[in-house]
Design a protein around this ligand. Structure first.
Ligand code: UD1
Ligand code: UDP
Length: 371
């Protein structure tokens, strides 16, 4: 069975890496990889870390690209790759525009689509944008759905997806996390933070921050940055470490509001292994990232999510994630509360991870082998 795995951004690469490795190890499969290059530097960091051999690279990224650029370039680029490879199945991951456009390309060529991390929903097509739309449309095109949780399976059933095509597997992000932890142990690495190393070595406790959601561009980002500035001024004993996403819509407000604050460290996106270590060492995490919401419970770290809704309700229900939105005052209030209230902090920190046990890739491969 020839399987063509297609991905293009940092989170897709992290979540597909364990699966690509598992497919390579199974003689039943001929595993092929096509990267769209929707991300460049942030994708290449992951390809290198997991030693992923790429068979096709569409290399589509342009600075400041919009959704039309990405969709059309992926779709057109994949026609040739799929016609050449003639895969028995295409695997896509998550909710990016690469994921949706690749599913559409496969659909046009009558190639079955396996969707990894299927069934996440906020129920609001405008948030996250365009990811909720991408997920819903990918589910319509997919032949087989690998849902990370029972809740995701129920979401798919509610949309009329046939039960026999849905498999609950856990999320491959936990597999990736375990792989990277082992990798770090193997290297015995202390040189893990790259440009952040000096900051960490100050031994000051720190809050880790990430953010990149399109629906937060503009006022939302300014509000979040102002909250961080207020917190940084009020807590000089803390560092605020912020690896800034390379999207210019993120870079601009972040550097203009937060540049020049002594205890706010704006650094380049971290390689995955150092970022995992940074999560492990943080006091708490402030983020709008999907992947980070799934990973952080493994470290017993409270996560404040700068979004109004989440497609990952499991961690909210477990109590480890709290939605704080993009209201400056609320972000400051909730962060201060966690910093001051040990009972509340422990309540959020001491929860099991609802997203998987590190065996999702093996489960997916076993299901594919049985088809
Ligand atoms: C994309 C995904 C989003 C995912 C996020 C993960 C879509 C529409 N969006 O958003 O779902 O959560 O990735 O990070 O699919 N850039 C670089 N180098 C990189 C990566 C990005 O310079 O390695 C800059 C480029 O100027 C690029 C811009 O960021 O044009 C935007 O990249 P894009 O993939 O379109 O959007 P993201 O916001 O990264
Ligand atoms: N991540 C990383 N380096 C960073 C920030 C995040 O490797 O500087 C990892 C993080 O651990 C997670 C993934 O990137 O696995 C999340 O990517 P992102 O937040 O860009 O996308 P999302 O998950 O929101 O789609």
């Amino acid at each position: 069975m020839r399987i063509l795995s297609i991905f293009g951004t940092r989170p897709e690469a992290i979540k597909m890496a364990p699966l690509v490795r598992a497919l390579e190890a199974e003689p039943t499969f001929e595993s092929r990889v096509c990267v769209t290059g929707q991300h460049r530097q942030m994708l290449d960091q992951v390809l290198e870390l997991f030693s992923i051999k790429v068979d096709h690279d569409l290399d589509i990224m342009q600075p400041g690209q919009d959704l039309f650029d990405v969709t059309s370039r992926v779709l057109l680029g994949l026609r040739k790759v799929m016609e050449t490879e003639k895969p028995d199945m295409v695997l896509v991951q998550g909710d990016t525009t690469t994921c949706f456009a690749a599913s559409l390309a496969a659909f046009y060529l009558h190639i079955p689509v396996g969707h990894i991390e299927a069934g996440l929903r906020t129920g609001d097509i405008s948030a996250p944008f365009p990811e909720e739309g991408n997920r819903v449309m990918t589910s319509r095109l997919a032949t087989i759905h690998f849902a990370p949780t029972e809740q995701a399976r129920r979401n798919l059933l509610a949309e009329g997806v046939s039960p026999e095509t849905i498999h609950v597997t856990g999320n491959t992000v936990i597999d990736a996390l375990f792989m990277v932890r082992n990798l770090d142990t193997g290297k015995g690495s202390s040189h893990v933070f790259g440009s952040a190393e000096d900051i960490i070595s100050q031994q000051k406790p720190y809050i880790l921050i990430t953010g990149h959601r399109r629906e937060n561009f503009g006022q939302g980002f300014l509000n979040i940055c102002r909250a961080i500035a207020t917190l940084a001024a009020a807590h000089s004993s803390l560092n605020f470490i912020y690896p800034v996403h390379l999207n210019p819509n993120v870079q601009k407000p972040v550097f203009s509001v937060l540049g020049g604050h002594e205890n706010v460290h704006l650094i380049a996106p971290l390689d995955y292994a150092p970022f995992v270590r940074a999560m492990g060492g943080a006091l708490l995490i402030l983020t709008d990232s999907g992947g980070v919401q799934e990973e952080a419970p493994s470290f017993g770290k409270p996560v404040l999510v700068t979004r109004e809704t989440t497609e990952r309700p499991e961690a909210v229900e477990a109590g480890t994630v709290l939605l704080v939105g993009t209201d400056t005052e609320k972000i400051v209030r909730e962060t201060n509360r966690l910093l001051a209230d040990q009972t509340q902090y422990r309540k959020m920190a001491d929860q099991p991870n609802p997203y998987g046990d590190g065996t999702a890739a093996a489960r997916i491969v076993a299901i594919l082998a049985g088809l």
